[in-house]
Design a protein around this ligand. Structure first.
Ligand code: HEM
Length: 231
C-alpha cells in the first residue's frame, strides 16, 4: 500500500524537516507505550491481580521519569507532524478502508487522549492516589453508559491507529516486511483479537466476571469525586 506522496508545493514539502520521518519515529515511540498499556488492559480478563502485575511491569518502563517525559514529547511531535502533513491527512479520508479507519481512529484519539491521561496519571499525581484497577472500575461503576463505550472505542482506536501506523512507519523507515503483512488477511488478526478481548476486559472491570469489591470507595474514587465537588 503505497503512501501518497506530498504535493511539492505544500508547506511540509518545502520545510527542511522531514515531517513524515518525525511522524513515523514519534508514532513508533508512542506505539511502544500503547503496546504495554493495552497488554495490561487485556490482562484484566484474568483478574485484578493479573492486571496489576502487568501494569506495574509496564510502569517500570513508561513511568521512568525521562521516558515519561519522552512520551509527552513523542505525543506532541506526532501532533505537530500531523499538522504539517495535513494535506496528506485530508487525502487519507478518500483512501482505502484501512487508511480511512486509521484517520477516524486518530480523530477519536485526538478528542480523548489528553483528557484520559489527565484523568488517570494527572489525578494520580495530584492526589497521590493509585490509578490502577480501582480507577477504571470506579469510572465504569460511576457512569457505565458513558465509560463502557468510551473505553471500548478508546482501546480499539488506539490499537488500530498504532497497528496500521506502526506498519506504515516501519515501511517508511525502510523495513520491507510490513508491505507483505499488510497485503494479507493476517493484517486483521490483531484488530479482530482486540474486538473480541476488549469487551471481556471491560466486563472484568465492570465486575461482571467476578467480585471487585466496592469500586466507589477506593482512594482514587473518593479523591476524584472530591476534586470535582461530587462527593
Ligand atoms: C480500555 C482502554 C484503556 C484503559 C482502561 C486505560 C486505562 C488507563 C490507566 C488505568 C492509566 C494509568 C496508568 C498507570 O498509572 O500505569 C492510563 C494512563 C494513560 N493512558 Fe490509558 N487506558 C486505555 C486506553 C488508552 C489508549 C488507547 C491511549 C492512547 C492512545 C491511552 C493513553 C494513556 C496515557 C498517555 C496515559 C498516561 C501514561 C503515563 O504517563 O503514565 N490509554 N490509562
Amino acid at each position: 500500500m503505497a503512501e501518497q506522496e506530498l504535493a511539492p508545493d505544500t508547506a511540509a514539502a518545502r520545510s527542511s524537516i522531514d515531517w513524515a520521518r518525525v511522524q513515523a519515529i514519534s508514532g513508533l515511540c508512542f506505539a511502544g507505550f500503547l503496546a504495554l498499556h493495552l497488554a495490561a488492559t487485556v490482562s484484566a480478563i484474568f483478574g485484578e491481580a493479573a492486571f496489576t502485575f502487568v501494569q506495574h511491569a509496564g510502569r517500570r518502563i513508561y513511568q521512568y521519569p525521562l521516558l515519561e517525559l519522552g512520551l509527552i514529547v513523542a505525543f506532541v511531535a506526532h501532533l505537530v507532524a500531523a499538522w504539517q502533513l495535513r494535506q496528506r491527512a485530508r487525502s487519507a479520508l478518500r483512501g482505502n478502508l484501512r487508511r480511512r479507519l486509521h484517520r477516524y481512529a486518530a480523530i477519536y484519539l485526538l478528542l480523548f487522549v489528553a483528557g484520559h491521561a489527565l484523568a488517570t496519571r494527572g489525578v494520580s499525581l495530584a492526589g497521590n492516589v493509585d490509578s490502577g484497577f480501582d480507577a477504571v472500575a470506579f469510572s465504569i461503576a460511576w457512569i457505565p453508559t458513558w465509560f463502557l463505550p468510551y473505553y471500548f472505542f478508546l482501546a480499539m482506536a488506539g490499537l488500530y491507529h498504532a497497528w496500521w501506523g506502526s506498519l506504515t512507519a516501519l515501511s517508511r523507515l525502510g523495513w520491507k516486511a510490513p508491505g507483505t503483512l499488510r497485503a494479507r488477511k493476517v493484517f486483521w488478526l490483531l484488530p479482530v483479537a482486540g474486538l473480541l478481548l476488549m469487551p471481556l476486559a471491560l466486563a472484568r472491570f465492570a465486575g461482571l466476571l467476578g467480585d471487585i469489591g466496592d469500586p466507589m470507595s477506593s482512594a482514587y474514587a473518593r479523591y476524584y469525586l472530591m476534586l470535582f465537588g461530587l462527593d
